[in-house]
Write a protein that binds this ligand. Structure first.
Ligand SMILES: Cc1cc2nc3c(=O)[nH]c(=O)nc-3n(C[C@H](O)[C@H](O)[C@H](O)COP(=O)(O)OP(=O)(O)OC[C@H]3O[C@@H](n4cnc5c(N)ncnc54)[C@H](O)[C@@H]3O)c2cc1C
Length: 364
């Protein structure tokens, strides 16, 4: 007899979306979180963009779950009053050589099932965004922004209403496979140890998802890839209405230093991409302001150096090392009843409700 039917490790947007999707009063579901509250990991250090699904290779989980997640997120945000806005997004070409990259992205997005894409001219750009300088662009009408915290609160409330339990300040330190269930060993912040058994384990531990997966004999390795942001101040509210991204090379490490805004219309630039050692260092170097200014002022000519300030950062849990090609999300039942979600980097938040449905189907 096991103590829990299902244990979800990690209360970020992925673990919470899964809990919301699968919780039922007749199941005992425990969400274990090492921090004192939910959503303090990767999920609170991102751009809060509802991505369209343009960049990822056709047939990948990143592409398909992003496209489905985009649709579900708008529906559930509207229905449940989660603050969000369908801003739209322009991927801008500043040099003629970049035109073919726009076309490549257009075709890739279409192949992924993104319906609302349009290649637009310099004239159309200046009609839409008179303060943006570019000679061609790819317009994605279905890109937007959402409050990640409201979204996570919604998922958690739905899970708790369906009788799931969340346990904070409880770190999973060891897992052993026993007959028909898993033995989970935890440590709390007072250094107290506790163990229990669970029929099913769902590993949604973000930056530690490889460590958790490897406790039962897998061999995953995440690379930490930091993304710094700079805030933008001293410019007119509404000077730009849409999210503005540069064209990026094919390698899928990041999306280039871009301009996004939050729901209070505060602008920010970033994130960039820097592979780092395996430590959660969120410091943003002061020289980033100059670097970000130089890249963004190519398409935002109104920007002045003094508008840009070092701000926050986040860390991507990447399966793709610095010299590797594209790596997809891993969502896999590696051992019977043990589902690992590893490498859930962007577009993980957008994809979260679709990932949750995908995991529910794996449980049947
Ligand atoms: C810079 C940046 C920008 C991004 N921008 C976007 C974007 O605009 N749009 C988008 O869709 N996606 C974006 N993403 C991706 C998105 O944020 C992630 O895919 C998503 O937040 C991952 O959620 P998670 O639940 O897997 O991880 P987390 O939010 O990190 O949750 C994992 C949880 O597990 C807990 N945990 C870890 N180890 C243990 C343990 N041993 N025991 C118990 N608990 C444990 C952690 O404390 C944490 O709370 C971005 C990511 C980054 C880094």
């Amino acid at each position: 007899m096991q103590d829990a039917d299902i244990t979800i490790i990690g209360a970020g947007v992925i673990g919470l979306a899964i809990a919301a999707e699968i919780a039922r009063p007749d199941l005992s579901i425990f969400i274990l979180e090492k921090n004192h509250t939910h959503g303090g990991g990767i999920s609170s250090r991102n751009s809060e963009v509802i991505h369209g699904g343009i960049y990822y290779p056709e047939g990948s989980l990143k592409a398909s779950l992003c496209v489905v997640g985009n649709r579900i997120l708008y529906e559930l945000a509207a229905k449940n009053k989660i603050p969000h806005k369908k801003t739209g997004k322009l991927i801008v070409a500043v040099k003629e050589e970049e035109d073919e990259d726009l076309e490549r992205l257009y075709n890739n997005g279409k192949g992924n099932g993104v319906t609302s894409l349009e290649l637009i001219s310099k004239k159309q750009i200046s009609d839409m965004e008179p303060n943006v300088q570019a000679q061609a662009a790819l317009y994605s009408a279905d890109t937007g922004i959402i409050s990640a915290h409201y979204l996570m609160n919604y998922f958690l409330a739905k899970a708790l209403n369906n009788k799931a339990h969340i346990v904070y300040q409880t770190k999973v330190v060891r897992i052993e496979k026993e007959s028909g269930h898993y033995r989970i060993f935890t440590q709390n912040t007072k250094d107290e140890y506790f163990e229990f058994s669970s029929a099913v384990v769902i590993n949604a531990a973000g930056l530690e998802s490889d460590t958790i997966a490897n406790m039962t004999g897998n061999n995953y390795q995440l690379h930490y890839c930091k993304g710094d942001y700079c805030s933008v101040s001293g410019i007119k509210k509404g000077i730009v209405q849409r999210l503005i991204y540069p064209v990026v090379a094919k390698k899928h490490i990041g999306l280039g230093v871009h301009l996004t805004m939050d729901l209070n219309e505060r602008f920010k630039l970033g994130p960039d991409t820097t592979y780092i050692d395996r430590i959660e260092d969120y410091n943003v170097a002061s020289e980033k302001a100059k670097i970000f200014f130089q890249s963004a002022s190519q398409f935002l000519p109104f920007l002045k150096k003094e508008n840009v300030h070092p701000d926050m950062s986040g860390i991507r849990p990447k399966l793709q090392g610095p010299d590797d090609d594209f790596r997809d999300f891993i969502i896999k039942e590696d051992f019977s009843g043990f589902i690992n979600l590893v490498g859930i980097e962007s577009p993980g938040m957008t994809a979260s409700p679709a990932i949750a449905q995908y995991v529910r189907k794996m449980l049947k």
